[in-house]
Design a binder for this molecule. Structure first.
Ligand code: S3P
Ligand code: PEP
Length: 409
């Protein structure tokens, strides 16, 4: 489905939106719930990725296809590796079959797991013969994806002696590792992260409890972008959010102050408000702790005529698409002057934007969602707009609610 986005008349927006639960918290809790039946989950994500995770966990078939869901692929690898007596082939979309998994597979094999590659070495599909693993220490490279580490941490408490992980190299996406550890702590599982060592103690049974998933902060980023490009006085209320978030992308509240957007924390909601015009000429920021909001920030900078130097982006090359190349190609079509390296993006100041450009989305939900706010400036076409459901089912509905007109073309 291709769509044309337009805003007929810029008006001061004043809307309330409820966003579904965090897909990262949800996919962790779904694994944990299967290991500890004492857990009840509230405000679970309705994203495709969480649906894939639920299907995988309840499936009895040998082959399990998790589509584009990176967390499902990585977290289920450890989950099935220690599920004695079960043999599965974990596979995914064509892109998933080109997203690396060898670092995690090697760590699991070091612990005693039995995993082999069905096609290309280092990539899904993988065959996993579930068995009891007995080792309790492992080393793993921390600079490619934090999901490998979270994956090991999620099963750690169910191992006979718990698990001690030594992280090698520079650690990327640290807040996602901390999210995993915080959830374990919240459940009553003892875990510590000191220097480059993480330790999780074994735990057989936990207290019966309900865990409430906070709404998704990465999804909130698109509203930050909309408010940044709106008239002074515009405000959008988003639920259900809290100040003490487990999600690293809550750094948005701080980052968007540079675009004149303030965040007020209420009881279970936030209000984003455009307070003033941005006086910033160049935004310099390292996003190694928040890679999923890089596309949103680059597009907001372009919309606002602000140049930016974004660093810490090495993981973007192995996400749903090569996000650095995709940003370069699509922003260039709109008139941007942009350069990318393997880990950074440099956008020049530009005050002109081409109208009616068709933005390719490369099977990447965040390409579609990050470019949508540009409709506040010029009519823009989004190709294969349905990709958004990977993380955000009612994205286009919510865009309409904040005044963006949508026409299927
Ligand atoms: O653990 C998680 O829930 C995630 C970790 C991050 O991946 P990397 O650690 O691969 O950067 C992030 O990009 C992804 O959307 C979700
Ligand atoms: C990178 C992402 O997801 P995953 O790696 O879980 O597919 C994302 O949602 O931006």
């Amino acid at each position: 489905m291709d769509i044309l986005l337009n805003v007929l008349e810029q008006q001061k927006i004043n809307e309330e939106i409820t966003i579904s639960g965090s897909k990262s918290e949800s996919n962790r809790l779904l694994i944990l719930q299967n290991l500890f039946s004492e857990i009840t989950i509230d405000n679970l994500s309705d994203s495709d990725d969480a649906v894939h995770m639920q299907h995988a966990l309840s499936s009895n078939t040998e082959t399990i296809d998790i589509g584009h869901a990176g967390t499902a692929m990585r977290f289920l690898t450890s989950y099935f590796a220690v599920k004695s007596g079960r043999e599965v082939v974990l596979t995914g979309s064509e892109r998933m079959q080109n997203r690396p998994i060898e670092i995690l597979v090697n760590a699991l094999k070091d612990l005693g797991a039995e995993i082999s590659y069905e096609e290309k070495v280092g990539y899904p599909p993988i065959r996993i013969k579930g068995k009891k693993v007995t080792k309790e220490t492992v080393q793993i490279n921390g600079n490619v994806s934090s999901q490998y580490i979270s994956s090991l941490l999620l099963i750690a408490a169910k191992l006979e002696k718990g698990l001690e992980i030594e992280l090698l190299g520079e650690i990327t996406s640290i807040p996602y590792i901390q999210m995993t550890l915080s959830l374990l702590n919240q459940l009553g599982i003892e875990a510590s992260f000191v220097g480059n060592k993480i330790k999780v103690l074994s735990k057989k049974i936990i207290k019966k409890q309900t865990v409430i998933v906070e709404s998704d902060w990465s999804s909130a980023s698109y509203f930050y972008s909309i408010v940044a490009s709106s008239e002074i006085g515009t405000s959008i209320q988003l639920s259900a959010y809290k100040k003490e978030s487990l999600q690293g992308d809550s750094c948005l509240a701080e980052i968007y102050t540079h675009f004149g957007v303030t965040t007020v924390f209420g009881q279970n909601f936030i209000i984003l408000k455009k307070e003033q015009k941005s006086r910033l000429e160049t935004l310099e920021i390292d996003l190694k702790n928040a890679p999923d909001i890089a596309q949103t920030i680059a597009v907001t900078c372009f919309a606002e005529g602000i140049s930016c130097n974004l660093s810490g982006l090495h993981t973007l090359k192995i996400k749903e698409t090569d996000r650095l190349e995709a940003l370069k190609d699509e922003l260039t079509k709109l008139g941007a002057v942009i350069e990318v390296t393997n880990k950074s993006l440099h956008l020049g100041r530009s005050f002109d934007m081409h109208a009616n450009i068709a933005i390719k989305t490369y099977n990447d939900h965040r390409m579609a969602m990050a470019f949508a706010p540009l409709a506040l400036k010029v009519p823009i076409k989004i190709l294969n707009a349905e990709v958004v459901t990977k993380s955000y089912q009612k994205f286009w509905e919510d865009m309409q609610q904040v005044g963006i007109q949508i026409e299927v073309v």
